[in-house]
Design a protein around this ligand. Structure first.
Ligand SMILES: NC(=O)c1ccc[n+]([C@@H]2O[C@H](COP(=O)([O-])OP(=O)(O)OC[C@H]3O[C@@H](n4cnc5c(N)ncnc54)[C@H](OP(=O)(O)O)[C@@H]3O)[C@@H](O)[C@H]2O)c1
Length: 248
């Protein structure tokens, strides 16, 4: 049984709390959050808003916003414990004896359930023995551990911003365009699903279709005219150029 303390009560922390609490091999001994209001959902657990009252545990999982991680890690006065943050972009902090990274490569929103089965979790530790402990945590979730260096993780995080956050913003633009013409966004969902599925069979570049790759300039010009938001026109032009340059 591994005793862990989870720091944070946001998107990532909530999912970890729920998933670890299903495991026989993990005991969540406490949850810390700076604002007690955010701890209300976790009344089944011991909680605290005082960083100097956190309990002794084997692992501290810091699921706090990136800008505050360093400060929180420095405040955890547990030199014998593994202190792992969950950020894709922060380095191994080297502020405690046994710093580590436990970065789940997934998008988490509090109110959306998620399966941890085979979910990639990128691990980085100072010591091999700590890596083994974190691997046990990953297996307790049914997830998949990956040994990933800081530089590799930062590149993965960058790639993830393109394939998740930017793609999601493009969904938002599509959603707006549909709403303006009284069309249901649902009509686009089979297309969205097939676009995601196709990359299991082809590289993204091989899978590309549409006016940009065909150089259908009349259609491209008409699309730009159809857009009344200059910001979206600029995005359309940038992406069209990028698709065309990737295929020169
Ligand atoms: N969301 C994702 O999809 C995702 C995926 C992988 C990794 N991550 C990483 O996981 C970590 C947490 O992300 P998240 O999405 O869970 O963020 P979040 O939902 O915004 O939660 C952030 C947490 O930080 C706390 N916090 C905010 N300001 C603070 C302060 N001044 N001092 C101490 N604590 C403070 C928040 O408490 P209050 O809400 O009570 O203010 C909350 O518990 C980040 O490092 C992020 O990069 C996120």
């Amino acid at each position: 049984m591994i005793d862990i303390v989870i720091l944070g009560a946001g998107n990532v922390a909530s999912h970890f709390i729920h998933a670890f609490s299903q495991s026989q091999d993990i005991n969540i001994s406490q949850i810390y959050n700076h604002r007690p209001e955010s701890l209300r959902d976790f009344s089944d657990f011991e909680t605290t808003k005082e960083i100097d009252k956190i309990k002794t545990a084997e692992v501290y999982l810091v699921c706090i916003k990136d800008d505050k991680v360093q400060k929180i890690v420095q405040s955890i006065n547990q030199p014998q414990a593994i202190i792992a943050h969950t950020s894709g972009s922060l380095p191994l902090l080297k502020t405690s004896n046994r710093d580590a990274v436990f970065y789940p490569l997934q998008t988490f929103s509090k109110d959306k359930t998620i399966s941890f089965k085979d979910l990639p979790i990128c691990l980085e530790t100072e010591y091999e023995s700590d890596f083994k402990v974190l691997k046990k945590l990953v297996h307790a979730l049914g997830a998949k551990p990956y040994a990933v260096s800081t530089i590799q993780r930062q590149e993965l995080h960058l790639a993830a911003v393109f394939v998740c956050n930017f793609v999601n913003h493009l969904y938002h633009i599509g959603h707006e365009i549909c709403a303006q013409k009284n069309l249901p966004f649902d009509i686009l969902k089979p297309l969205i699903k097939e676009t995601a599925d196709k990359i299991n069979f082809k590289t993204p570049n091989q899978a590309q279709t549409g006016p940009a790759i065909r150089h259908d300039q009349t259609t491209i010009n008409r699309h730009i005219q159809q857009l009344d938001n200059p910001n979206y026109q600029e995005i359309y032009r940038y992406l069209t150029n990028s698709i065309q340059k990737s295929n020169e």
